[in-house]
Design a protein around this ligand. Structure first.
Ligand code: ADP
Length: 335
């Protein structure tokens, strides 16, 4: 086994990623991250004991420079780019670059594009179907034409809502590192949001009761985005919580230290526990038919989450099936 000089070891230890040197089939040196990943006592042993991935082993034992993507080293589901560099005739330096984050971001991006396309394709197919009938059938009764026209209008509006929500999301994401800095009065924000959902409440016996102390100090934020947060939360409370008679929605705000927590509470059907962790994902719906038929896009809570994150605040959703849902947004005071 070669004697490893202090400098050689220093070079290996200076690398942040797991790195090891193989001579023949012996793993002669490994830095700290490599020992953490593959086991503390791997030095001086056969590389096949430390790495069991067949393709990776084949490349390493060839002692030729190569790069290969591997999974299954260390924790399940972690993805690595294994970079092998020949050091001489029968030795090689192997580095493992963690690609788990970029792989999962890429997977999310692919899923998102697929979901968004599907969401837009469904109403578009309906519009196209009716448009073709209108264009080709000469003798359609007037009543039927009107019906077709109304359906096409509804479906086109649905597409517009989805596109507007998608544009909102991308604007919020683009600004996510710019902390908002206006002084915003929460009571004014909530009043605007209550006015914005009044059309949705028309015809329903479902008051929105606002309990916000008059002397609440302002929060630090972006007024237009905070109105969007409470528009979406109130729209959900009305959409899902105002079905039965005697239902109501409550909005409360309380100060605690340097924070204000605003809670929107409804008495609707609630969200089953297993769905709760996922409702802020884009296009995730508990009851897709109900969401669609009441004008939901499946993006409301994703928008809320991103805006709250940009405000360095926090979001908490509590729900009990048969009792109701309460969503709390915690925002920093403008000091
Ligand atoms: P949508 O536009 O479908 O309402 P959201 O992102 O706002 O999309 O919400 C995601 C899903 O969470 C909804 O489809 C619904 O199933 C569920 N949800 C959200 N808010 C409530 C609520 N207040 N009561 C019951 N279910 C809710």
């Amino acid at each position: 086994m070669p004697i490893w000089s202090e400098i050689q070891r220093g070079v290996l230890d200076a690398l942040d990623e797991p790195a090891l040197v193989v001579e023949g089939h012996i793993l002669v040196a490994a830095n700290g991250p490599a020992r953490d990943l593959l086991g503390g006592a791997i030095e001086g042993r056969d590389i096949r004991l430390a790495i069991r991935h067949p393709q990776a082993l084949e490349q390493i034992l060839a002692h030729r420079s190569a790069e290969i993507d591997v999974t299954g080293i260390g924790e399940l589901g972690r993805s690595w780019r294994m970079v092998i560099r020949a050091l001489g005739k029968d030795s090689a330096l192997v580095r493992l670059i963690d690609r788990s984050e970029s792989v999962s971001a890429e997977r999310m991006r692919v899923d998102f594009v697929a979901n968004a396309s599907h969401e837009l394709r469904t109403p578009l197919s309906t519009v196209l179907g009716y448009a073709e009938t209108l264009a080709e059938e000469e003798d359609l009764p007037l009543e039927l034409r009107w019906n077709f026209g109304r359906t096409m209008r509804e479906e086109a509006r649905r597409m517009l809502r989805i596109i507007e929500d998608l544009m909102s999301l991308s604007r919020i994401e683009a600004d996510r590192f710019i902390a908002p800095n206006d002084r915003v009065q929460i009571d004014e924000i909530v009043s605007s949001a209550v006015a914005n959902v009044s059309a949705m409440r028309a015809g329903r016996d479902c008051p929105v009761n606002v309990h916000i102390p008059a002397d609440l100090p302002p929060v630090r934020g972006d007024g237009a985005q905070l109105v969007q947060v409470f528009d979406n939360l109130l729209a959900n409370a009305v959409r899902y919580g105002c079905e039965g008679s005697n239902s109501k929605v409550d909005v409360t705000a309380v100060r605690s230290g340097r924070w204000i927590t605003v809670t929107v509470r409804d008495q609707g059907p609630g969200i089953p526990r297993e769905h709760l962790p996922r409702v802020t994902e884009r296009f995730y719906r508990v009851d897709a038919a109900r969401s669609r038929e009441s004008g939901g896009t499946g993006l409301g809570l994703a928008i809320v989450k991103h805006i709250v994150e940009r405000h360095r605040g926090s979001l908490e959703i509590k729900s009990t099936v048969g009792v109701g849902t309460s969503v709390s947004v915690r925002l920093p005071l403008a000091l």
